[in-house]
Design a protein around this ligand. Structure first.
Ligand code: DHB
Length: 301
């Protein structure tokens, strides 16, 4: 019998456990739709704020060999403007998660409220590593995380995810804060603060000097975070960080993730990664005699 790839997170039913992560191909309705069509179980938008943001000057992305370093500066047209894109992306068949950021609990709540009818779940980005006042200053502070989450919780009934930063002393404390605030799941992890320097110009490469590192380099860090968080909180964990093939996805499920997000691998290779992961997962479950992915979630503990 064919193994069951379906999974469920806080009532959000997914056809398979893969998702497009925030920040990659999530800027238009058409690109979100294209990723869905290649087999992703859900797609996450680029992080949206209440007002438009231009972002940082270029260069904003650099390939550092072991992954990508990026500092885009949260460019986006503003949540209201983006609703038109969601008309193209979202339907009963297509599962879309809206990623949002904000400068205060009220701003987060208002942004979530604007998106409410156009997405299937909300993911709070409290972990952008380099944009002042809307990023990791929130995500490094458990009290603030709890306040933001509980404020958004009051504003919407949709499944609510919180994307956590690895740039902290104890990520489990932040996961517990998200859980106390009423989050339905946590996403672990966002990018690691990092930089690159051009040895000819003797200057930092990125326009913003410091950015966030993603891709294969951060996979073991992300896996450790998922492992620790899933031992600490009761809400589901969604793994994110350097997942490039089905074996990586299996590792994250074994560590305790109920779904995985894929971003850098899409940019590094192409959109075939979703099919590669889901068919590899299916073969793995069949070979091991498991009926569904639920049977391997957290099995390494
Ligand atoms: C950006 C946002 C993030 O959350 C992140 O991890 C990296 C970059 C950005 O838009 O610059």
């Amino acid at each position: 019998m064919q193994p069951n790839l379906r999974t469920e997170i806080a009532g959000l039913r997914l056809r398979n456990p893969t998702m497009l992560s925030a920040g990659i191909l999530g800027m238009t309705g058409r690109s979100l739709r294209a990723v869905w069509d290649t087999g992703a179980g859900a797609v996450v938008t680029k992080s949206l704020g209440l007002n438009p943001r231009k972002g940082y000057p270029n260069p904003s992305v650099v390939d550092v060999g072991c992954g990508f370093l990026n500092a885009m500066g949260l460019p986006n047209p503003g949540v209201r403007e983006f609703l038109d894109e969601l008309k193209t992306a979202h339907s009963d068949q297509v599962t879309v998660i809206g990623s949002i950021y904000g400068g205060s609990p009220e701003e987060f709540a208002e942004t979530a409220d604007v998106l409410r009818k156009s997405v299937d779940a909300i993911e709070l980005n409290v972990s952008c590593p380099h944009v002042k006042e809307v990023g990791v200053e929130i995500g490094q502070n458990p009290e603030l995380v709890e306040t933001v989450v509980s404020r958004v919780r009051k504003a919407i009934t949709l499944p609510l995810f919180v994307k956590l930063s690895p740039n902290v002393t104890s990520i489990t404390k932040l996961a517990q804060a998200a859980e106390r605030g009423g989050a339905d799941a946590v996403v672990a992890i966002n990018t690691l603060r990092a930089m690159a320097i051009d040895i000819e110009t003797c200057r930092p490469v990125l326009g913003n000097k410091v950015g966030g590192l993603s891709g294969p380099a951060i996979k073991p860090v992300a896996l450790r975070c998922v492992y620790e968080i899933s031992q600490t909180v009761k809400i589901p964990v969604i793994g994110c960080g350097g997942i490039s093939d089905w074996k990586d996805a299996v590792e994250f499920l074994l560590a305790g993730a109920r779904a995985v997000q894929i971003g850098t691998a899409v940019a590094y290779h192409d959109l075939s990664v979703f099919k590669e992961v889901t068919s590899g997962l299916e073969r793995y479950l069949l070979r091991k005699g498991y009926a569904g992915i639920g049977e391997i979630v957290g099995l390494s503990h």
